[in-house]
Design a protein around this ligand. Structure first.
Ligand code: ADP
Ligand code: MG
Length: 350
């Protein structure tokens, strides 16, 4: 497997739009790296720079295994690509689609057929080689697109939101299959998505992007538990925030006081914490550091999610076990442990 390096890779389009500020990114051999971020943050542009479908602004470099491929077009880079909209040839069969790249490379027919069978099995589409593309479901089409990308044995696999067009249930099945396949193949993979749960499930490492820049690079655990900025904390998962006045090692607000030493005493400070880190405590125990009134309850099967009004127009999300029964309007005592609290200097004052 190959390593990939982006060195000072920026991209400004002809219309003057700066899609990407010069970024640095080092991808290890065989690693699956997910580019994650909101629409328009530069994920596709980054992927296309790696593919050779776009070229970086002057000074930028793309290296594969230390070799400079910056000026090479896509067909010289040995990459396989899968897109959100499949981009299959509609008037060819499944087999013909998969073998397209092999035919161009003048691989003999007998060898092509063998390869098609192996790839169909790999993507769980055994026996469908003769099907027409328009007779396939969305999920099957995406499996064909994946098989086609892998047929030419690329050095690098690039996927741009491949599951986004599929419904939720199918997305989860394909995500699991893809996860297994990528681990088996050990091919260096870059996967683009705006879906944070997909990113967490598939990435060895996740690159969180924000407005043409890299906000954080880390394992899924890093970005979930140790976000480096307000933006990352907010983008990944559900995050609570309460704003209060800092002082005496605490942040006080109408519904409670949370332990946090913010340096500028007397100023406003916002603390963030995850719904699953909030504990419901029995009233009168004295361990609560936040009180409120239940605004709404959501039974989610594996847990119950509460929205709790903690006063002064602030509400927090609390996840509790599935057994308890809660009433809207009920008073509730909560405790957020100190280790679960996050505070960022880049927080914009409310
Ligand atoms: P993402 O994939 O994260 O949604 P893109 O990389 O597609 O984002 O786009 C990043 C920014 O660059 C967007 O503001 C987009 O409008 C702009 N952009 C992308 N491609 C082009 C192009 N060919 N010409 C001009 N602007 C572009
Ligand atoms: Mg995109």
């Amino acid at each position: 497997a190959v390593s990939i390096q982006l060195i000072q890779c920026g991209k400004t389009f002809a219309n003057g739009a700066q899609a990407l500020q010069p970024i640095e990114l080092a991808i290890r051999p065989g690693e699956t790296v997910v580019l994650l971020g909101p629409s328009g943050c530069g994920k596709t542009t980054t992927l296309r720079l790696i593919a050779g479908l776009e070229f970086p602004d002057a000074g930028g470099q793309v290296l594969f295994d230390g070799e400079d491929v910056t000026g090479l077009p896509i067909e010289k880079r040995g990459v396989g690509m899968v897109f959100q909209n499949y981009a299959l040839f509609p008037n060819m069969t499944v087999g013909e689609n998969i073998a397209y790249g092999l035919k161009i490379r003048k691989i003999p027919a007998a060898q092509r057929l063998k390869k098609i069978d192996a790839l169909l099995e790999m993507v769980h589409l055994q026996g469908l080689g003769q099907r027409r593309i328009d007779q396939l479901s969305g999920g099957q089409k995406q499996r064909v697109a994946l098989a086609r990308a892998l047929a030419v044995e690329p050095r690098v696999l690039l996927l741009d939101e491949p599951l986004t067009a599929l419904d939720a249930k199918l997305r989860e099945t394909l995500r699991a299959d893809l996860n297994q396949l990528l681990r088996t193949l050990g091919i260096t993979t870059i996967y683009v998505t705006h879906d944070q749960s997909e990113a967490m499930a598939l990435g060895d490492r996740v690159v969180v992007m924000e407005r043409g820049k890299i906000a954080q690079i880390g394992t899924p655990q890093d970005i979930y538990y140790r976000p480096v900025s307000h933006f990352v904390a907010d983008f990944i998962g559900t995050m609570n925030r309460v704003t209060g006045v800092a002082g005496g090692g605490q942040v006080r607000f109408s519904g409670g006081q949370l332990p946090y030493a913010v340096s500028a005493a007397g100023s406003q400070a916002t603390l963030m914490f995850r719904p699953e880190d909030v504990e419901v405590v029995a009233d009168g125990m004295g361990t609560a550091n936040m009180h409120g009134e239940i605004l709404s309850t959501f039974f989610l099967g594996d847990r119950t999610r509460l929205h709790v009004n903690v006063g002064a127009g602030q509400a927090v999300v609390v996840d509790t076990g599935r057994s308890a029964s809660w009433q809207v309007g009920q008073r509730i005592a909560l405790r957020v442990p100190e280790h679960a609290l996050l505070h960022f200097q880049d927080e914009v004052a409310a």
